[in-house]
Design a protein around this ligand. Structure first.
Ligand code: NCD
Length: 311
């Protein structure tokens, strides 16, 4: 595989190879031997047209831990603000010898355009495109689930996950449904009808409008951020009403199974979709998700650029 554009492009075997490689790379990093050598002399460009904290830093850390040279490009402060097109930016990166381009863009499909355009010869990794997909987030979520529920081995057969909140605007939800199903998990989407996309019934996930009924039998509850920046209309009456119906608070968390974990891709709206005490509770694996993100992105870069076995 040359690019990672959609979580749906991965077979079960490929996804497990990425998770297993991430496990090995995490172990090697934990031994504290410093940087690992496989991407020495390779250049990874982080091309970010949209704001990001975790994803950008984590791709940078991942590339550096594998000894790649990293160029961080953010649209703000670049010639993009002078109207430069994706094509001209891509040609510039190509001229600089980018071996891989990690792209985040507010337009759904931008990574596919870049990968299929012929403008660049390196691999393209989708780091989040519009409301469409975010495959490395799905991989780090699968890694976290596997670590807690499957002894960090194999697939996610039999695992039940509830994904709750703004599914309509969430590339995290879309990529997670695709990957979780590939790995054998059962997914339930929980949201008000206004925050579910048209055609959600074809996603192969159960759909529920009721949070209280949806969290008692699952192994993990994944909360989604309410994406106000993508809302051009009123999707729910008030913030208070939203958290009353769809927010995960301590009382609701008590009804979950003892072993069940709480996840959130970040950034959180504390007090909206998740209360502060839940976010900071012992069941919350939110900080761990961030750490796992580095290992998973190391695995993706390694397998796309440097690995002998590839994916
Ligand atoms: C997500 C994103 O940007 O899609 N965050 C992330 O990558 N950690 C989710 C979000 O913005 O709500």
């Amino acid at each position: 595989m040359k690019h990672l554009l959609s979580a749906g492009d991965l077979s079960r075997e490929q996804a497990i190879t990425i998770l297993d490689t991430a496990t090995q790379l995490a172990a090697a990093t934990a031994q504290g031997v410093g940087k690992l050598p496989p991407l020495r002399g390779r250049t990874v460009v982080n091309l970010f047209y949209e704001d990001s904290t975790r994803t950008r830093i984590s791709f940078e850390a991942a590339a550096k831990r594998l000894s790649a040279d990293v160029i961080n490009f953010s649209a703000k402060g670049s010639s993009v603000s002078k109207g430069e097109s994706l094509k001209d930016t891509a040609l510039t990166l190509e001229a600089m010898g980018a071996d891989a381009v990690v792209i985040r863009h507010d337009a759904s499909g931008a990574p596919h355009r870049l990968a299929n355009s012929g403008w660049i010869s390196g691999g393209v990794v989708n780091a989040g495109d519009g409301t469409h997909e975010h495959p490395t987030q799905a991989l780090l979520d699968a890694y976290t689930l596997r670590n807690h529920l499957k002894n960090n081995q194999g697939d996610l057969d039999g695992v039940k996950v509830a994904i709750v909140g703004d599914v309509l605007h969430s590339r995290v939800a879309r990529s997670n449904v695709l990957l979780l199903r590939t790995l054998g998990a059962q997914v339930r989407l929980v949201a008000p009808p206004t925050l579910l996309p048209i055609g959600v019934n074809t996603w192969g996930a159960e759909v529920s409008y009721n949070l209280d009924e949806s969290i008692t039998d699952v192994d993990a509850v994944m909360m989604l951020r309410v994406q106000r920046e993508r809302m051009n209309a009123a999707f729910f009456p008030t913030a208070h009403e939203y958290s009353f119906r769809y927010g995960l608070n301590a009382n609701r968390m008590k009804t979950m199974q003892d072993h069940a974990i709480v996840m959130h891709p970040g950034p959180m709206n504390r007090g909206m979709e998740i209360s502060a005490d839940v976010a900071d509770s012992a069941r919350s694996v939110i900080v761990e998700q961030v750490a796992n993100g580095v290992s998973v992105r190391m695995a993706v870069l390694y397998l796309l650029l440097g690995g002998t076995e590839g994916i």
